[in-house]
Structure formats: C-alpha cells, structure tokens
Design a protein around this ligand. Structure first.
Ligand SMILES: Nc1ncnc2c1ncn2[C@@H]1O[C@H](COP(=O)(O)OP(=O)(O)OP(=O)(O)O)[C@@H](O)[C@H]1O
Ligand SMILES: [Mg+2]
Length: 226
C-alpha cells in the first residue's frame, strides 16, 4: 500500500484540489484507492458527498492515524491519499511519518514559496521522500514556462528542493470539477487540466516505484530526504 500525503502550511495552495483530482484519476475497481480527509475543514468530505458512488473510498482519520492505515492495508487498498490541514496539528506530523511520498503543492508566488520550508523541514526530519508541485501556475507559452514559475524553480533549486518538472496551471476546470464532485478527467477528459493531472500522477507513480525498489532512479521527481 502506498501513502501519498499532500501537505503544505500555506492555506489555499491546492492540497484538497490536487488530492481530489489525483484520487479520482487513480481510483478504479482494479486499483483500490482511499482518501483520508485529515482536515477538519472537510473539503474532501464535501467533494465526496457531492460525488456519490463509492470510488474512491473516503474516511476520516482515526486516532491514531496508524490504526486507520492498518485497517486500509487489511482492506486491500493499494493507494491512500491523505489531505492535511494548513496548520501544525499533530495529524500532519502523523501523516508525514506514514507517507511513502509527500507532495507539497505551492503557488509560484513569494509568500507561498516562503511557506513551503516548514513542510520540507518536517519531511527532512522524518527522512521522507518529498517533492514540490507548482500549482495554480500561469499558463505556459508554447514550450516556455512563465517567468513566475521559472523564478520559483530557481529559488527552490537553490535550496536543493526537488520540484516536479511539470506544472498544474490555474484553470477553472479544476474548480468546476470539484464543485461537481468530479475529477477533471471525468469532467472533461480532453482538457489540458486533465492532461496535467495525468502527468502529475505519472510522476508520482514513477517516484513511488523508485522509492519501493529502494534504488536510486534517475528522473524521479522526489529526493529521498536525508
Ligand atoms: N490549479 C488550480 N486552478 C484553479 N483554481 C485552483 C487551482 N488549485 C486550487 N484552486 C482553487 O484555489 C482554492 C484553494 O484550493 P484548495 O482548497 O485546494 O487549497 P488547500 O491547500 O486545500 O487549502 P486549505 O489549506 O485551506 O485546506 C480553491 O478555491 C480551489 O478551487
Ligand atoms: Mg484543503
């Protein structure tokens, strides 16, 4: 069972949005997927109630979270996504300790970037693989990334922070789909937003394969935190 924790101290960075789209993208009968809504704001629980149907499954974290994860493993879940609150509550640390990979979304603006360091420190302290994901980014122009994204990448790479090479662009499709209880692939399968979520999933899947094989793999988006 693989546990993807989506975490960032910055409110509104896109944790719940990315968790919903990734989980909806991944869940299928042959790939049992569980979302743990560890944020008392309940964004993912709201999304799930709008969604209807059983895939992905959703639960709130028990105390301790490790009990919920043990039960999930016993139930045969292959992928678990944990959405976390933007604060210092103990559940965030518990989730990071249980993670296979921590995904840290950030908008490419200075205030948002400044806020990722605390989550990165938490991953490093626990020795957990992690990667930053640029979210709600200005669109690319052809092959070129916007100046904001390039600048953000330069700042993060100066801090030796692994960053996914792609981006999730600011697109209303992502918000509309969540409001309809959908993932963007279900909402508009041919959209650019759906293609970006698929690309992010491929990168996560590749990283997790590398992590589980315990071999240094080139091209994986994460860095095993030292
Ligand atoms: N890529 C995107 N394109 C367009 N809108 C986005 C994108 N990512 C997030 N948003 C919007 O930004 C807002 C905040 O996103 P979201 O709730 O996912 O952030 P969060 O990190 O979970 O916030 P919190 O820390 O409060 O839990 C929402 O209105 C969401 O629809
Ligand atoms: Mg949220």
């Amino acid at each position: 069972m693989n546990v993807i924790v989506v975490a960032s101290r910055k409110g509104g960075s896109g944790k719940s949005t990315l968790t919903a789209h990734l989980a909806a993208h991944v869940a299928k009968p042959s790939r049992r997927t569980l979302v743990i809504d560890a944020d008392p704001q309940g964004s993912l629980s709201l999304w799930h109630s709008l969604r209807g149907g059983e895939r992905p499954a959703l639960t709130k974290p028990g105390r301790p979270l490790s009990d919920t994860l043990k039960a999930a493993k016993k139930d045969g879940f292959e992928w678990v996504f944990i959405d976390t609150p933007p604060n210092k509550s103990p559940i965030v640390g518990e989730a990071i300790r249980a993670a296979t990979l921590v995904v840290i979304p950030t908008r490419p603006s200075v205030f948002d970037l400044a806020a990722v360091t605390e989550t990165i420190e938490a991953c490093r302290a626990e020795g957990k693989p992690y990667a930053v994901v640029m979210n709600a980014a200005p669109p690319r122009r052809g092959e070129s990334e916007s100046f904001m994204v390039r600048d953000a990448r330069a700042g993060l790479s100066g801090m030796k922070v692994p960053v996914w090479s792609g981006q999730i662009t600011h697109r209303t499709d992502l918000s509309f789909a969540v409001g309809a209880g959908a993932g963007v692939k279900e909402f508009d399968p041919d959209s650019a937003a759906a293609a970006e979520i698929a690309a992010l999933w491929s990168a996560i899947d590749k990283s997790v394969k590398v992590i589980n094989s315990a071999q240094g793999g080139s091209g994986a988006m994460h860095k095993a935190a030292a």
